[in-house]
Design a protein. Structure first.
Length: 93
């Protein structure tokens, strides 16, 4: 992912302040913002045998999206960051 999908804002790609791209859109554009990267990583992990359980259990091979909001630019645009996390053998990556 790091070599093939670069960071680009939603304004640059879609002309909108905030747009949640599908994994196909991220793949086709070879670009996206943080939540697009996180969703693409989650999709890739699931397709490669990991499963999504939002870390609500103690199972291994789980993946989730972690979004952190710390402010607002406007009513519709939050200031924050999103990442994909996965757990393998009780270690988080």
């Amino acid at each position: 992912m790091n070599s093939n999908i670069r960071y680009k804002s939603d304004i640059e790609l879609y002309g909108k302040e905030n747009y949640n791209a599908s994994t196909l859109e991220t793949f086709m554009n070879k670009a996206g913002d943080c939540e697009d990267h996180a969703m693409f990583a989650l999709y890739s992990l699931i397709k490669n045998g990991y499963y999504y359980d939002n870390f609500k259990s103690y199972n291994t091979n789980a993946a989730c999206i972690l979004g952190v909001q710390w402010g607002k630019i406007s009513e519709s645009v939050a200031l924050g960051h999103a990442v994909c996390l996965y757990k393998l053998d009780n270690l988080f990556y």
